[in-house]
Write a protein that binds this ligand. Structure first.
Ligand SMILES: NC(=O)c1ccc[n+]([C@@H]2O[C@H](COP(=O)([O-])OP(=O)(O)OC[C@H]3O[C@@H](n4cnc5c(N)ncnc54)[C@H](O)[C@@H]3O)[C@@H](O)[C@H]2O)c1
Length: 333
């Protein structure tokens, strides 16, 4: 029997998840969707033969819905994820788990009270083939990890994107990836801002450079640039005492034209991480069919928001901010 899925929020990523569930994932079918934009929800529902529900709670309560995807904007993630936990239904919550560490911590507490994992957070890079190969190399041994260099660039960002969102919405991917890849915690953050690119809206601090210190004494630098103009580009290199390991650039082939060979850069994250989104969803469906969750946890969601919050404080103050996480509950060990 197929897992009945409900989807809350049918914007960019929500619609993409719905289509992927219907076309590329086995063992699941979308039964109900909700979006505050009823027209959008209606069109998405019709495209897969699902019901357009009257509210988010109706999706969660629908008896044909056994598991839920939360793909509405960040500020409502925690409230919707808490409602899924209350209903005892597995939930894939898009990043960030919540806008604040405190709200993320509430989700952790609710899941701990429930007694077993129900929450997976949408940190899809852990499912990317390139990152998985990189993790294999790091785990196989490159000596002591000393440094990591990360680059995260988008061609352009929506006009609503703020300086803080570079940290809470974008760098948060590097925050999770580094915790996972290095098996280490980020204990301090310093955000440096060069002059802003002249093409970005007035007042937006873009690009930014974030320096993280880890519990084991490594330093991670992240260049975040959401209006780089040329495409979507994610890079990562881990420097060890014996070897360095790097993320391969996606192999896209080249085009020769007018005397030049041109390599293709992905236009956006949907293209670059298509394989990762597929693996993420299939993994989620497989776990949800057994009534549980795997992959990035609510704890990882909490840790990432706590680190992102420290970044925002550093951006505001210009100072280095230390990060202290709560004690990790046994459920996540
Ligand atoms: N993992 C990733 O790589 C990735 C990529 C893109 C977006 N995201 C995350 O997914 C979330 C959505 O991003 P998006 O790019 O799809 O945004 P979007 O603006 O395209 O879509 C959000 C949708 O949610 C709807 N919505 C707003 N309030 C709602 C509510 N209270 N209940 C139900 N629906 C509501 C909006 O009408 C809109 O259709 C964000 O948290 C974002 O950070 C993650």
């Amino acid at each position: 029997v197929e897992l009945g899925v409900g989807v809350i929020g049918t914007g960019n990523i929500g619609t993409d998840h719905v289509q992927r569930l219907s076309g590329q994932i086995s063992g699941a079918a979308v039964r109900a969707v909700f979006d505050v934009d009823a027209q959008r929800a209606g069109a998405v529902a019709r495209s897969v033969g699902a019901v357009a529900a009257a509210s988010a709670q109706d999706v969660i309560d629908d008896s044909s819905v056994e598991a839920v995807i939360v793909a509405a904007p960040g500020p409502v993630h925690a409230e919707l994820t808490l409602a899924c936990i209350a209903a005892g239904k597995p939930v894939l919550c898009e990043k960030p788990l919540a806008p604040t560490a405190q709200q993320s911590r509430q989700v952790v507490s609710a899941e701990v009270a429930h007694g077993s994992r129900l929450v997976q957070v949408g940190f899809m890079r852990r499912y990317d083939e390139g990152y998985r190969l990189l993790k294999q190399s790091v785990d196989a041994g490159i000596g002591e990890v000393l440094l990591a260099h990360c680059v995260h660039r988008n061609a352009s960002a929506p006009a609503t994107f703020t300086s803080e969102m570079l940290l809470t919405d974008s760098v948060i991917h590097e925050i999770d990836t580094m915790r996972w890849l290095l098996g280490d915690e980020l204990t301090a953050a310093t955000v440096l801002v060069p002059k802003s690119s002249p093409v970005v809206p007035a007042g937006l601090r873009d690009p930014q450079l974030v320096l993280f210190e880890t519990a084991r004494g490594a330093i991670v630098d992240v260049e975040m640039f959401v209006n780089c103009q040329y495409g979507y580009d994610v890079r990562c290199e881990v420097v060890g005492s014996q070897a360095t390991a790097a993320l391969e650039l996606p192999v896209t082939g080249w085009v020769a034209r007018s005397g030049a060979r041109r390599y293709v850069v992905a236009a956006d994250w949907l293209v670059r991480f298509a394989g990762a989104y597929r693996e993420e969803l299939q993994g989620w469906v497989n776990a949800a069919r057994s009534g549980t969750a795997a992959g990035p946890s609510a704890w990882d969601g909490y840790a990432a928001t706590a680190v992102a919050e420290a970044c925002v404080r550093s951006l505001a103050s210009g100072r280095r901010m230390e990060i202290a996480l709560d004690e990790q509950p046994a459920l996540y060990r």
